[in-house]
Design a protein around this ligand. Structure first.
Ligand code: PLP
Length: 388
C-alpha cells in the first residue's frame, strides 16, 4: 500500500460520529442537522430539464477537456462575474467533476514530491481536502491560522498555496491587498495558488459580490493569471451537489499539464452533465433566489445568537462560525443530547499550528435547512448555551 495513506487524518464527520456514539438525543425534539454543508434548497427546474433533455450524452465517451460550448459558457460567466476582458475558453478553462476532486487532483499534477521539503500552505481552519491532497502528493502541509499575516510562514520549499474565499468555515473574503501580497510572494518563491471559490455565489449584499482571485489578478495587471488556478462549482451556487459539476480556470500553462494529468486520471464530465451545466452557468435568476433564501435565514438566526455565544454575519458562504464558552466537542455532544441539534466542532476543521488550534471553542452551523428549522435550532442552541 502507499505509505502516504497512513498520514491521512480522520475526516471531521467520522470524528463527529465517534464523539456522538452512545449519546441518546432528546426524543421529545425532532432532530435538526446543521453539521453538513450540503445545500438543501431545491435544484432548479431548468437544470433538471436540461439534464433530462440531454440524456443522449450517456451514449458517448466524453472528452476530458469537455465540449467547447461548456468551456465557452464558463468563460462568459467568469468574464461577466469578474469583469475580465478576456478568458480563453480553449486554454484557460477546464470542466471538473465538482471542485473537491479538482482541488485534490490538481495537487497531484502540480507537486514535485521528490523534492525534499516540498510544502503546501493551507488556511487553518480549512476544508480537509487540501491537507489530504498535499500528503498524498508527497508534500508537508503547513498551516496559516485564521487572522495571521503571510509573514508567519517560512516560504522555503512551498510549491502550492490553497486559499478559500469566501472561507469555509469563517465566511471571510480575501481583500485585494491580501491578493497583492500573495501574488508578490508567488513571484518571489515560485509557488502556485489554488483558489477555492466554491462559495463565491453565496453572499448577502447583492451590490457587493465577493472578490475572486481572477478578478484580483486582472485588477493587479496579472492578465495571464500566472501561477493562479481558481476552483468553482455549481454545487452551492445552483443547489446541485449531486451533479458533480465545476470548473477550474486560470494559468494556461498549469492547465495544460493538469489536462494531461486528468486524461490519464479518467475524470471527464458526462456530456449530459455538461449540457445541464451550460444551462446553469447561463442563468442568474435561480442564483439570486438562492441568495435570497440564505439572506432570510441569516436575518432570522443572527439576532438570536447572543452571549454567551458570539458570531458575526459572514461576508460569504452559508455558515455561522460561533464562539462557544466551553470546549467545542463537549458543546456539540451535549447540544445533541439535550436538544437534538447537530453542529460540527470547530477544532475538527483545524489543526494545532503556531501553538493553537484556531477552531477550538468554535462550532460551525450550516444554515442549509429551512428558515423555520434554522430558527428553531438557533432557539434551542441559545437555551442550551444560557444554561451552561
Ligand atoms: C470549501 C469547500 N471547497 C470545496 C468543496 C467541494 O464542493 P464540490 O465538490 O461539491 O464542488 C466544499 C464542499 O463542501 C467546500 O466546503
Amino acid at each position: 500500500m502507499n505509505p502516504r495513506l497512513g498520514k491521512l487524518q480522520v475526516y471531521p464527520f467520522e470524528r463527529l460520529r465517534v464523539l456522538l456514539a452512545g449519546v441518546e438525543p432528546n426524543p421529545a425534539l425532532r432532530p435538526i442537522d446543521l453539521s453538513i454543508g450540503e445545500p438543501k434548497h431545491p435544484t432548479p427546474t431548468l437544470l433538471k430539464d436540461a439534464l433530462s433533455g440531454s440524456l443522449d450524452g450517456l451514449a458517448v465517451y466524453p472528452r476530458t477537456a469537455g465540449i467547447a460550448e461548456l468551456r465557452e459558457a464558463i468563460a462568459r460567466w467568469a468574464s461577466r462575474r469578474y469583469a475580465l476582458e478576456s478568458l480563453d475558453p480553449e486554454a484557460q478553462v477546464l470542466p471538473v467533476n465538482g471542485s473537491r476532486e479538482a482541488l485534490f487532483s490538481f495537487a497531484q499534477s502540480l507537486i514535485d514530491g521528490s523534492v525534499a521539503g516540498a510544502r503546501v500552505v493551507c488556511p487553518n481552519p480549512f476544508y480537509q481536502i487540501y491537507e489530504g491532497a498535499a500528503l498524498l502528493a508527497g508534500a508537508v502541509p503547513v498551516f496559516l491560522n485564521d487572522g495571521m499575516p503571510f509573514s508567519a510562514i517560512d516560504w522555503a520549499g512551498v510549491q502550492l498555496v490553497y486559499t478559500c474565499s469566501p472561507g469555509n468555515p469563517t465566511g471571510r473574503v480575501m481583500p485585494l491587498d491580501q491578493w497583492r501580497e500573495l501574488f508578490e510572494l508567488s513571484n518571489r518563491h515560485g509557488f502556485a495558488i489554488a483558489s477555492d471559490e466554491c462559495y463565491s455565489e453565496i453572499y448577502c449584499d447583492e451590490a457587493a459580490p465577493p472578490l475572486g482571485a481572477l478578478d484580483a489578478a486582472w485588477r493587479l495587471g496579472r492578465r495571464d493569471f500566472r501561477r493562479l488556478v481558481v476552483f468553482s462549482s455549481l454545487s452551492k451556487r445552483s443547489n446541485a451537489p449531486g451533479m458533480r459539476s465545476g470548473f477550474v480556470a486560470g494559468d494556461a500553462a498549469l492547465l495544460k499539464s493538469y489536462l494531461l494529468y486528468r486524461t490519464y486520471h479518467g475524470s471527464a464530465m458526462s456530456q449530459s452533465v455538461q449540457r445541464a451545466s451550460i444551462a446553469a452557468w447561463n442563468d442568474e435568476a435561480h442564483v439570486r433566489e438562492n441568495r435570497r433564501l440564505y439572506a432570510a435565514k441569516y436575518a432570522a438566526v443572527l439576532p438570536l445568537i447572543q452571549r454567551p455565544l458570539a458570531t458575526e454575519r459572514p461576508a460569504g458562504g452559508f455558515y455561522l462560525w460561533v464562539r462557544t464558552p466551553i470546549d467545542d466537542g463537549e458543546f456539540a455532544r451535549e447540544l445533541h443530547r439535550q436538544y437534538n441539534v447537530l453542529v460540527l466542532p470547530g477544532s475538527y476543521l483545524a489543526r494545532e499550528a503556531h501553538g493553537v488550534n484556531p477552531g477550538r471553542n468554535h462550532v460551525r452551523l450550516a444554515l442549509v435547512a429551512s428558515v423555520e428549522e434554522c430558527t428553531e435550532a438557533a432557539g434551542r442552541i441559545m437555551r442550551f448555551a444560557k444554561a451552561l
